[in-house]
Design a protein. Structure first.
Length: 95
């Protein structure tokens, strides 16, 4: 690996670690908001429809996408010189 590739990989690893840290913080916020809204619902109208499910579900969708970015397979890959050379060759053949 070249020095530039090492640097790009290091930056990618640092970003991934930051995303993992942010995801854990989001889970704490999600848990707090879920409990808070459930308590408000319970005090205000326990016999009515469980409306906090909308906020809990919406934040759950957000949590899923944050998890994918932090721990998932990673849609973004570090672009190496070999990748660039392969793309140049493909473009040259295509004409």
């Amino acid at each position: 690996m070249t020095k530039a590739e090492d640097q790009a990989l290091r930056e990618y690893a640092a970003k991934r670690l930051k995303n993992q840290h942010d995801f854990k913080g989001f889970l704490a916020v999600w848990a707090f908001v879920s409990v808070l809204l459930t308590v408000i619902w319970f005090w205000a109208s326990p016999e009515s429809f469980f409306w906090p499910i909308f906020a809990i579900g919406g934040m759950g969708i957000g949590a899923y996408f944050q998890w994918m970015e932090a721990y998932g397979p990673g849609l973004k890959k570090v672009i190496t010189e070999a990748d660039i050379d392969a793309e140049l060759e493909r473009l040259k053949r295509k004409g």
